[in-house]
Write a protein that binds this ligand. Structure first.
Ligand code: ATP
Length: 258
């Protein structure tokens, strides 16, 4: 299920603002890749180019290539909605559909995809909630609103919703930044389990988190205000945190800037 992502020569713009410049990297399947770097260096922008979410902002555009196992996500015949089904996303703030039940939150995407049979929906909802380590906490209240769960539970519900449609890649934009430390650990444990099945990319400001959860880390930086963000280096997380190749990476991870 998991797929390799190969990015080459990628630029992203917001109208006249050049937000990220000339990014090339390979993101390996069945592993976790963390994006780190100072505020404004384009981590979230780059993440959103990987499932064509960037272009939903008026005036925003992308140049370059993103291949998902050889398929160009920006090819002329590619439907961006289909891309977002294959490359799922979890956001910073848990965003369950507020008026929907826990069950319907997970089933919504499946119903949109045409799954109608109740027994099939039941099975996938259960499987997805189990996959997100939430089943035991909610199995007796599936018809209660998703908004009634704790923040950490809501984030796991959003992960269940994302995996219900069987994506190949999961993009996570600071998925723990609104959570308490215990919920954060639950999400980190979950990421470690999910990586056997998915390609996972996580943006995080928390370097301990990047070190804990990721196999590879990419460090991004900006040369100054108004300049585009660039990829400085990507490598094994253990190497980036102990022996980075670039001075800027070392300064960032040792807390000398950012
Ligand atoms: N909707 C937008 N319209 C215009 N410019 C934007 C928009 N979103 C982001 N930018 C600009 O693009 C650049 C990269 O922003 P982005 O949010 O991707 O950085 P980031 O590294 O994820 O930052 P942070 O760590 O603070 O979330 C910044 O200069 C930002 O101001």
């Amino acid at each position: 299920m998991a797929k390799r992502i190969e990015v080459s020569g990628l630029h992203a713009y917001y109208g006249g603002v050049h937000a990220i410049e000339d990014i090339s990297m390979t993101i390996e399947p069945r592993s976790v890749t963390a994006f780190i770097g100072p505020s404004g260096c384009g981590k979230s922008t780059f993440l959103r180019t990987l499932n064509r979410m960037h272009e939903v902002i008026p005036g925003a555009r992308v140049e370059g290539k993103v291949l998902l196992d050889d398929e160009d996500l920006y090819g002329p015949d590619v439907d961006p909605v289909a891309v977002r089904r294959v490359v799922g996303m979890v956001f910073q703030r848990p965003n369950p559909f507020p008026t929907m039940s826990i069950y319907d939150n997970v089933a919504a995407g499946l119903k949109l995809n045409g799954v109608r049979r109740k027994s099939r929906l039941d099975d996938i909802v259960e499987e997805s909630l189990k996959g997100a380590n939430l089943w035991n906490e909610v199995k007796d209240r599936l018809n209660k609103p998703g908004a009634g769960l704790s923040g950490g539970q809501q984030q796991r519900l959003c992960i269940a919703r994302a995996i219900a449609v069987q994506p190949q890649v999961l993009l996570m934009d600071e998925p723990c930044s609104a959570l308490d430390p215990i919920s954060t650990l639950a999400i980190e444990d979950l990421i470690a389990e999910l990586k056997s099945r998915y390609t996972i990319v996580i943006v995080t400001h928390n370097m301990q988190q990047a070190a804990r959860v990721s196999d590879r880390t990419a460090f991004f930086n900006i040369a100054g205000v108004g300049k585009p963000g660039r990829l400085i280096e990507i490598g094994e997380t253990s190497k980036i945190f102990t022996k980075p190749e670039q001075k800027a990476t070392e300064e960032y991870i040792t807390g000398r800037f950012g």
